[in-house]
Design a protein around this ligand. Structure first.
Ligand code: IVH
Length: 668
């Protein structure tokens, strides 16, 4: 491949992987299987290795994802929480063992093999045997403090048993949900007409990050512990000893664990694990093979991201072959055309699969999927099944490449390919499929969360032309509801009450629900916090928007374009006319708002405060914290080793203060 095309692909992959990281870590709503995700990462790592002159800091191959969300305190891990390298192949695994043995100049290294739990990573700190903190992995350096939620986990002891405890220990493990509990909660939701959770991992991740304590208490989570962070003083010297110690302290550990020697020994254990994993309490998506001795682990060390002494061997998701009968095109709420494979029904991982996503035009072209082909489908972690590849040997003699439609199948409008995007879109905002999609999104759990306004109800309301945009929901009457299938007095009243109640939602939910391009839940939260109202958002310029933490150029232009469209303005006005009254996040009172209208930039290492703390202090006094210095910056708070920002601030004549001065100003 040429350098130019490598570069283009690298950029595409980085953007794509970042998007999937956000979906998986922050939103707990992944779109693709782990296998496909790992494939994208592998392709990127290979391209980056072939182009070593390119800057790497910005690459998702250099970091773990970030699970931190609004509403939790950040807490810095004493030792970073790393990720693991992974492989799906025996050859690569054998090469890993060879590297370890070569690095240590030994043969038949001792390893432990244990399940890889598909849950949410967490680090517990026990001081003098008492649980003081539970923190998510976050970005590996600092995570969200979820102690209050973790205390609801029944199997997690608040104090370690016995009287032999280190002064301080970080114990790492995985929070997960039992399949039975997952099914129980989903059955309850089905009865209430609510959207279903896709798999136990997403539900566990969503639950541990809930701000509603009562709801957390109702959902049963569980935990297993396997890893060690900081420990003062050190008390064990190998994986095996550590596991025994965890048991003595009364902590839950993985139920099966193998002690093995060399590559062959380890591989047999991996295979055995694959056979028995169906019986484990937790979802298991692989095996983790670790060098047993801590001194050997230390001798090998780690890369910026993962230890050199461990590897995850992942089990590929279950796959099945079937015939692709037709390709249909779905039109989403933003007008994106998604190709869907209509399949001859086939049994896969316990369910019958008759449809699978083909992702987008580019993916389809890459796999050259054709009608009549025999394809391999896969379902990973109960996510929507996907077509993995075509079995070319079984391709019928006469077959033709699929021609992607030039007109929207729902409304007939000519479709457009937008520069820099993979998606092909229908740009007609009145397209019935888009209208349906927008309504479903608006009412969904991550937005206005209107109970009872799910897919089936929206379909009917749109088909009967009772509603054609989101504001029409607020004009619905009792009689409209009674006319719907399966609606009786009670369900109609409940839905009306839920619609009424949604007028008082938190502002970010409304912003997310509007369906502004690029504005997902986390951007909506950033916007709500910074601007405090829909009117403020609609009047903000691109320049103002990019000053907000978390908002980039693309999102900013998406927002301005959205409010520049008269039709959107009409809908927003109608929402407010109907009585929409969203709750803005709390703002500091006038008296506290001594930094109102002032923009700060914080740089370097401050003597006592963490940067997040300084930021919170400025914000609590009504000030804003921006990421870069410009003419609009009022103060630069500079600590040790302040670099280019300090130089720039000085050249622009921005007032530079240190931590002590900041504290003094805040106290005035
Ligand atoms: S050991 C230095 N053991 O998988 C990292 N991790 O994909 C040591 N995981 O970040 C991690 N089960 O969150 C380890 N038995 C196990 C695990 C496990 C699940 C998670 C963990 C890790 C991620 C890497």
């Amino acid at each position: 491949m040429s350098k130019a095309s490598d570069l283009k692909r690298i950029e595409q992959l980085r953007a794509e992987i970042r998007r999937h990281d956000e979906l998986y870590y922050r939103n707990a709503e992944p779109e693709i299987s782990d296998f496909d995700y790992d494939g994208l990462k592998r392709e990127l790592a290979d391209l980056e290795a072939a182009n070593p002159e390119l800057p790497m800091e910005a690459s998702p191959t250099q970091a773990v994802g970030d699970d931190r969300v609004e509403g939790f305190e950040s807490y810095r891990h004493r030792l970073p929480m790393q990720s693991l390298d992974n492989t799906y192949s025996k050859d690569e695994f054998v090469a890993f063992v060879a590297r370890v043995e070569k690095g240590l100049e030994i043969e038949n290294a001792h390893f432990t093999v244990e399940p890889k739990i598909d849950g949410v990573a967490v680090s517990l700190t026990y001081e003098q045997g008492e649980l003081v903190r539970a923190v998510t992995r976050g970005n590996g350096i600092e995570g969200d403090d979820v102690t209050a939620n973790a205390r609801f986990i029944e199997s997690l002891p608040g104090s370690l048993q016995g009287d032999f405890h280190p002064d301080l220990i970080e114990i790492r493990g995985e929070i997960f949900m039992h399949v039975e509990e997952f099914e129980r909660l989903n059955a309850e939701r089905r009865e209430a007409g609510l959207e279903q959770f896709k798999n136990p991992r997403n539900l566990a991740a969503g639950t541990i990050k809930m701000l509603d304590r009562e709801e957390v208490a109702k959902r049963k989570l569980d935990i297993v512990l396997y890893g060690l962070g900081d420990c003062r003083p050190a008390v064990v010297s190998s994986q095996i000893e550590y596991r025994k110690q965890l048991v003595l302290w009364g902590l839950p550990v993985v139920e099966r664990f193998w002690e093995v020697e060399g590559a062959e020994g380890a591989w047999s254990a991996v295979e055995e694990l694959d056979e028995v994993r169906g019986g484990f309490a937790f979802p298991t998506d692989g095996a983790v093979v670790k060098l047993d001795s801590f001194s050997q682990q230390d001798a090998l060390g780690a890369t910026s991201k993962a230890p050199r002494w461990a590897i995850a061997v992942k089990f590929a998701a279950e796959q099945a072959e079937t015939v692709l009968e037709r390709i249909t095109i779905q039109v989403g709420r933003t007008g994106t055309l998604t190709p869907v494979a209509e399949l001859q029904p086939v049994q896969l991982a316990g369910t019958t699969v008759s449809r699978a996503t083909l992702h987008n035009q580019e993916e389809m072209a890459r796999k050259d999927v054709r009608v009549g082909d025999t394809v391999v489908v896969e379902k990973a972690g109960e996510i929507i099944p996907a077509v993995v590849r075509v079995v070319l040997e079984k391709r019928p003699e006469e077959s033709a490449s699929f021609v992607f439609p030039e007109r929207c199948p729902a409304c007939g409008t000519e479709v457009s390919k937008i520069e820099g995007e993979v998606a092909v879109r229908c740009l007609n905002s009145e397209c019935p499929d888009q209208v349906r999609g927008r309504l479903e999104h608006f009412a969904s759990r991550q937005c206005l969360d209107i109970e009872g306004l799910g897919e089936a109800v929206v379909d009917q309301l749109v088909a009967r032309k009772i509603v054609s945009n989101i504001s029409d929901i607020y004009g619905l009457e009792y009689e409209d509801m009674l006319a719907l299938d399966k609606f009786a007095e009670k369900s109609a009243r409940n839905l009306l009450a839920a619609i009424e109640a949604s007028k008082g939602v938190e502002l970010w939910r409304l912003l997310h629900g509007l369906g502004i391009p690029q504005v997902g839940a986390s951007a909506a939260k950033d916007l709500a916090k910074a601007l405090g109202g829909v009117r403020e958002l609609s009047e903000a310029s691109v320049e103002r928007l990019v000053e907000i933490d978390g908002i980039g150029e693309k999102t900013a232009s998406g927002i301005v374009a959205y409010f520049g469209d008269e039709r959107n303005k009409t809908v927003v006005d109608a929402l407010f006319a109907a009585g929409m009254n969203p709750k803005a996040p709390e703002r500091p009172s006038e008296a506290d708002a001594i930094f109102a209208g002032k923009t700060f930039v914080i740089t370097g290492t401050l003597p006592t405060m963490k940067r997040d703390e300084a930021k919170a202090l400025v914000e609590s006094k009504g000030g804003k914290v921006a990421g870069s210095v410009s003419k609009k910056t009022d103060f630069l708070v500079a600590g040790e080793a302040a670099g280019s920002k300090l130089t720039k601030a000085e050249s622009l004549g921005v007032t530079v203060v240190d931590e002590a001065e900041l504290l003094k100003m805040s106290a005035d």
